[in-house]
Design a protein around this ligand. Structure first.
Ligand code: B12
Length: 212
């Protein structure tokens, strides 16, 4: 990998927003392809963040800071990626389910997926089943994510899946669920496709589900 791309990846890991943005610009000025900068600079850095977060070597604040550096690099790159018509890794609609206002974990998963090249549409918190249905109709994602942090709101994941079934949309998307009280057994019971205990695993699963 070129020197500038490895520097970009390590600065992203360290959360150096301004340096990452400047290195992206420098790489473009040197004539590098936007896709190469994305894959071997930004995503490579974010992948290492994911691995170290999963291993317990990094914590939530560090991941959020790295994700901000990723966004700073993406701001420079995004217009050029749109021009060069780079296909995204997949399209992800996400929300925290009805009745639930917790969004830190949801945002972390979203940022890590953006880091992995997914296009994301964030419906926010307290999202009722009908809003998931209309967002899926509008944006036609391949992946849907639901987050819940309360034992009292987990049931709304099931209600959302039922609403998707009723709207005839269930088979058009893969559904991932997560949040502290959610388990793999619960995910299976409500008919979700996957459960991830953390943001790094969510990226691995999203890649698998998008390739399937
Ligand atoms: C911060 C917090 C709040 C903040 C939320 C701020 C915000 N913007 O999110 C505030 C103060 C608003 C809040 C309010 C409440 N909270 Co609160 N809160 C927490 C706390 C301390 C941390 C949650 C958090 O952000 N963790 C950090 C993130 C990174 O972890 P995470 O959310 O689990 O996400 C990771 C994974 O789960 C996974 N993941 C998450 N979502 C998704 C989605 C997908 C698709 C995938 C694949 C993976 C995934 O990946 C993430 C990253 O690795 C927890 C305690 C705890 N330790 O969990 C209590 C906790 C969740 N809260 C609790 C309660 C009771 C409440 C209130 C009811 C309190 C009250 N009486 O008012 C209200 C409810 C408000 C509402 N309607 O939602 C209880 C829930 C108990 C239960 N079993 O139901 C907890 C467990 C505290 C406790 N021990 O009692 N809370």
């Amino acid at each position: 990998m070129s020197d500038i791309l490895s520097k970009m990846a390590s600065n992203l890991y360290e959360g150096e927003e301004e340096k990452v943005a400047a290195l992206v610009q420098q790489a473009l000025d040197q004539g590098m392809e936007p896709q190469e900068i994305l894959a071997d600079g930004l995503i490579a850095g974010m992948d290492k963040v994911g691995v170290d977060f999963k291993a317990g070597d990094l914590f939530v604040p560090e991941v959020l800071i790295a994700a901000r550096a990723m966004s700073a690099g993406m701001r420079v790159l995004r217009p050029l990626l749109a021009e060069s018509d780079v296909t995204s890794a997949g399209k992800y609609v996400v929300g925290t389910v009805k009745g639930d206002l917790h969004d830190i974990g949801k945002n972390l998963v979203k940022m890590m997926l953006e880091g992995a090249g997914f296009e994301t549409i964030d419906l926010g918190t307290d999202v009722d089943p009908a809003s998931f249905v209309s967002a899926i109709q509008e944006h036609q994602p391949n992946l849907v994510g639901m987050s819940a942090l309360l034992t009292t709101t987990m049931v709304n994941m099931k209600a959302t899946i039922e609403a998707l079934q009723e709207a005839g949309l269930r088979d058009s998307v893969k559904i991932m669920v997560g949040g502290a009280p959610v388990t793999a057994a619960f995910a299976e019971e409500i008919g979700a496709d996957a459960y991830a205990p953390d943001a790094a695993t969510a990226v691995d699963l999203a890649r698998e589900l998008s390739a399937a």
